[in-house]
Write a protein that binds this ligand. Structure first.
Ligand SMILES: O=C(CO)[C@H](O)[C@H](O)COP(=O)(O)O
Length: 215
């Protein structure tokens, strides 16, 4: 099995804390995600800062775009994003716009399937448009209501779409093996790392668990 990537969700609002957390976990993760509240608060300058600081890491900007896809995402790809997210619920015109912006910068587009009623249909149509990554995502509010991403991951992984699958939503040490075995190519972790007494130690553990599960 190809080594799954670990994506660190940087979900603080504070610019300096975000950069400091990235520095702590950098040895153990493959992708830095600038989370949605974080990018809304800090904007394109944080993309430029992380791009300059980490030229060799993948950088995902979790825009969760809902409209004006090409226009909104274009600025973030231009600033150095490798991947931007667009909401599946936004519709195919907006998804196509983000994909168009990504192509201009030789970058990629992730579809966030959060709250999409027919996730399989949305995923199939997005792949036809050229999206490279499907994001299975149980958001923080849904997590608080007791939901998990595992059933959705199994459904979308089972479609055999030939694109990478990302999974997010409370993933932690205890669930890493389950999501790797279910077929996730990108494991997103936020609170289980940034909420730990030692984020670096937690990231190191998750790296070991992901690599062991994929071996
Ligand atoms: O995109 C997000 C919320 O919308 C989070 O970044 C994502 O859910 C990962 O964080 P956690 O591991 O804490 O769930």
């Amino acid at each position: 099995m190809a080594r799954p990537l670990i994506q660190m969700a940087l979900d603080s609002l504070d610019f300096d804390q975000t950069v400091a957390l990235a520095d702590q976990v950098a040895p153990y993760v493959d992708i830095f995600e600038i989370g949605t509240p974080c990018i809304k608060y800090n904007g394109v300058n944080l993309v430029k800062e992380l791009r300059n600081r980490y030229p060799d890491k993948l950088l995902l900007v979790d825009l969760k775009t809902m409209d004006a896809g090409e226009y909104e995402a274009g600025a973030f790809y231009a600033a150095g994003a490798d991947i931007c997210t667009v909401l599946g619920v936004s519709g195919l015109a907006t998804i196509a716009g983000v994909i168009k912006a990504a192509k201009k910068h030789a970058a990629e587009t992730q579809i966030d399937l959060i709250n999409v009623a027919d996730k399989a249909e949305c995923a199939r149509e997005s792949v036809k448009l050229g999206a490279q990554i499907m994001g299975i995502h149980t958001g923080l509010d849904a997590q608080a209501a007791g939901q998990t991403p595992f059933a959705d991951l199994n459904e979308i992984a089972g479609l055999g779409l030939g694109v990478r699958i990302s999974v997010a939503g409370g993933i932690k040490q205890a669930t890493v093996q389950q999501v790797v075995e279910a077929g996730a190519n990108i494991i997103v972790v936020g609170a289980a790392i940034y909420g730990a007494p030692s984020p670096a130690e937690s990231a190191r553990e998750i790296r070991e668990l992901v690599d062991a599960a994929a071996a």
